[in-house]
Ligand binder design. Structure first.
Ligand SMILES: [Cu+2]
Length: 98
């Protein structure tokens, strides 16, 4: 039993180590055209911070953009766009056109 625990522990450790090696912090800039008044960034920031894996949100009302730093093993751009959209602010990743 002890041996199994040790094997399991080292396996778990390996998983943790490889995950941290693979985990990449990404930054994405979202264009949020519906951001029109000083209250909007607060709502958008709150919505983005709720997404698991998001570590930082910087919002520029002037540029109507939200810069999001996130762990790409936990979330992705699609989830971030969904979060702002669900909050009432449809957004688009910068550089992507639809
Ligand atoms: Cu507003």
């Amino acid at each position: 039993m002890k041996k199994i625990n040790r094997v399991f522990a080292s396996l778990a450790l390996m998983v943790v180590l490889s995950m941290s090696a693979w985990a990449a912090t990404k930054t994405v800039t979202l264009n949020v055209p519906g951001m029109t008044c000083p209250a909007c960034p607060i709502t958008i920031k709150k919505a983005l911070n709720k997404v698991p894996g998001v570590s930082k949100v910087e919002i520029s009302l002037e540029k109507k953009q939200a810069a999001v730093i996130f762990d790409d093993t936990k979330t992705d751009t699609k989830a971030l766009v969904k979060a702002t959209t669900d909050a009432g602010y449809p957004s688009q990743p910068e550089g992507e056109k639809k």
